[in-house]
Design a protein around this ligand. Structure first.
Ligand code: T5A
Length: 223
């Protein structure tokens, strides 16, 4: 059995990760690739409970160390029960956020030591790293405005703008450190353009030729 590929989608609040996850799933399935779609924190019953605790604005003040360890506790469950089994069965895993989010939010946002995050990454993940990461990047105000339209803010979304500026900077630094894996997609443009750019990245990742259509199927139907 050929091992599946592990693709992650990253970016600040409200940049469009969830929206574009469906597009990527659709793209892969059109190429007969079996896909498991999942998210972090979350993806298993226990990890989803940890997610609720992490996002709950009304929870007691969560220390930075507790927050970091909860992210990796959820991740350990997720890897063992969802990600690794799927990859071993030859399925591709498409995950809404993964460890780059920890570098961005706990490293950049909370100023936790990168060496500590690296230590936990090695402990929890062993050799597992994403094969491809799409980083949706947009100015912080754009993401916050989009997220605001969806309803009440959670514990992270209630942070100051400076927190999100640090998150964005840390994400861009991750992309600089791992240019072969992390591809930046400009998210501050109409959805059809974002998806055209994502389609280009996916086409190259799948080794398809340049004249292969990258227009979103829903857009093709409309035009
Ligand atoms: N976290 C997570 C950490 O701190 N450390 C970690 O290690 C991990 C894994 C999880 C939180 O946990 C933190 C980070 C997060 O704060 P989440 O739900 O995964 O929460 O993250 P959010 O950023 O909150 O996800 P959202 O669902 O809010 O944002 P998305 O998915 O990026 O945005 P989406 O797709 O819901 O789009 C938002 C709105 O914008 C519109 C959409 O229609 C939607 O209304 N939109 C566009 N509008 C115009 N033009 C475009 N191009 C658009 N694209 C989307």
């Amino acid at each position: 059995m050929i091992r599946g590929k592990f693709i992650t989608l990253e970016g600040g609040e409200g940049v469009g990760k969830t929206t574009n996850l469906a597009f990527i799933k659709d793209y892969l399935e059109q190429h007969d690739i079996p896909v498991v779609v999942t998210r972090e924190p979350g993806g298993t019953k226990l990890a989803e409970k940890i997610r609720q605790l992490l996002l709950d604005k009304k929870s007691e003040a969560i220390s930075e160390q507790a927050e970091l360890l909860m992210m990796f506790a959820a991740r350990a469950q997720h890897i063992k029960h969802v990600i690794e089994p799927a990859l071993a069965q030859g399925k591709w895993v498409l995950c809404d956020r993964f460890t780059d989010a920890t570098y961005a939010y706990q490293g950049g946002g909370r100023n936790m030591k990168i060496s500590v995050i690296e230590g936990l990454e090695n402990l929890v993940q062993g050799n597992l790293r994403p094969d491809l990461t799409l980083l949706l990047d947009a100015p912080v105000e754009v993401g916050i405005e989009r997220a605001g339209k969806r309803g009440a803010f959670d514990r992270f979304e209630s942070e100051q703008v400076s927190f999100f500026e640090n998150v964005r900077r840390a994400y861009l630094l991750q992309a600089e450190l791992h240019p072969e894996r992390i591809k930046i997609v400009k998210a501050n443009q109409p959805l059809v353009e974002v998806q055209r750019a994502i389609g280009d990245v996916m086409r190259i990742f799948l080794g398809l030729s340049a004249n292969h259509s990258t227009t979103p199927s829903w857009h093709r139907k409309l035009t």
